[in-house]
Design a protein around this ligand. Structure first.
Ligand SMILES: NC(=O)c1ccc[n+]([C@@H]2O[C@H](COP(=O)([O-])OP(=O)(O)OC[C@H]3O[C@@H](n4cnc5c(N)ncnc54)[C@H](O)[C@@H]3O)[C@@H](O)[C@H]2O)c1
Length: 353
């Protein structure tokens, strides 16, 4: 068997740990080094994963000649700089979501990828859930006809990540719009077949997070009063093909769900469907009847964060396209950026890829 490619992980926090089972079970790649601006985490990684090479400076990991793949798991605002540097050093890159908070940064990443001739993937793990893969395969057979409307929402009653990487624009670039809106919007656009967005009317506001006593259900941690991102966003999106989409996202909302509700509905001329129920709805016009069918899931059920790493390494090893190309993240971020621009303008704004 040929030697496994060597992975270097940047940002050894929560999500980097979630990627590890994927790297540990990949046939093609294994983690050889880690980097974090906080060296206190190195001892844990040495003990937990047997990783022995660490760098305080991400640039040193990026320039390590033994590294083939860089896995960027740092806070959002550092993604563009680290991804571009890694591509320029000749590495293949998988990067956590959002690929970057702004469309301009993503355009620069795409240009760097093309100059380098390396693979770049956004870690959109929702796509790697068995139910998502099964629904996408079913939708791609054309059973919905032309999809003319979608609804996507990801709503939490009280799960605000009370960490600096999320609560301050300087690190995150935005609130739930960028943090979780990116998951559900990416999924909806992928299921819809990526129609081109042309206009967005959106709001992004801090409705509850600055109330005295605001807290996160994660550890009952208080929300620092100087946090400077929104806690709620909603949008109406128009696409070039005439389709529309409604998006709602929140970290804190008086919504009757114990933790989080994430859903996507697609409505087409021939049928509709709901994710993650995998329910497909059709009308038998000749009989004046409705049918509702739930897909029987036969797909692999590997944990989706693990699967995205496994699939990225496979794509690099086998010369396949990126499992989640940066162009598709440009669609997502163009819409999310449009929400902030629309909030500022107080009206619908045009968006262009
Ligand atoms: N896909 C998912 O389900 C999911 C879930 C959570 C977070 N994320 C994404 O992962 C990224 C990290 O989030 P997290 O929850 O792991 O955060 P975290 O706060 O748990 O960990 C971030 C780590 O990065 C380090 N760091 C900070 N600045 C750095 C820099 N400039 N260079 C290198 N390391 C740096 C911190 O010291 C920390 O160890 C974010 O982009 C976030 O959006 C994705």
């Amino acid at each position: 068997m040929t030697q496994k490619m060597k992975v270097g992980v940047i940002g050894l926090g929560g999500i980097a740990n979630t990627h590890m089972p994927g790297w540990q079970s990949s046939q093609h790649a294994e983690v050889a080094a880690g980097s974090d601006i906080n060296p206190a985490v190195f001892a844990t990684w040495r003990e937990k994963y047997g990783v022995t090479r660490f760098y305080e400076q991400p640039a040193d990991l990026i320039n390590d000649p033994e590294i083939d793949i860089v896995d960027v798991c740092s806070p959002n605002m550092y993604h563009a700089e680290q991804v571009i540097a890694a591509l320029e050093a000749g590495k293949h890159v998988i990067c956590e979501k959002p690929l970057a908070p702004t469309p301009d940064e993503i355009r620069r990443m795409i240009a760097a990828r093309d100059r380098a001739g390396r693979l770049l993937m956004t870690a959109q793990h929702f796509r790697f859930r068995g139910v998502s893969q099964a629904m996408k395969a079913e939708i791609d057979t054309g059973v919905l006809g032309a999809v003319y409307h979608a609804r996507a929402w990801m709503l939490r009653r009280g799960f605000i990540p009370a960490r600096p990487g999320f609560l301050y624009k300087a690190h995150s670039g935005g609130g739930p719009c960028i943090d979780i809106g990116v998951h559900i919007l990416d999924l909806a656009l992928w299921l819809m077949g990526h129609p081109k967005p042309v206009a967005v009317s959106g709001v992004a506001r801090t409705a509850l997070a600055k109330r005295k006593g605001a807290f996160s259900q994660w550890g009952r941690a208080p929300v620092p009063p100087d946090m400077d991102v929104e806690d709620f966003a909603a949008a109406f999106v128009r696409f070039e093909n005439g389709a529309t989409l409604i998006l709602e996202v929140s970290w804190l909302l008086h919504h009757n769900t114990p933790d989080e509700e994430a859903r996507v509905w697609l409505y087409g001329t021939e049928g509709g469907c709901e994710w993650p129920k995998a329910e497909f709805l059709h009308t038998l016009y000749a009989n004046r009847q409705y049918t509702n069918n739930t897909l029987q899931l036969t797909q692999d059920t590997t944990e989706p964060h693990a699967l995205e790493c496994i699939e990225f390494a496979r794509a690099v090893a086998e010369g396949l396209p990126s499992p989640v190309p940066a162009e598709q993240s440009l669609y997502v971020q163009t819409i999310l950026d449009g929400i902030y621009r629309s909030q500022e303008a107080g009206r619908e704004v045009d968006v262009a890829l």
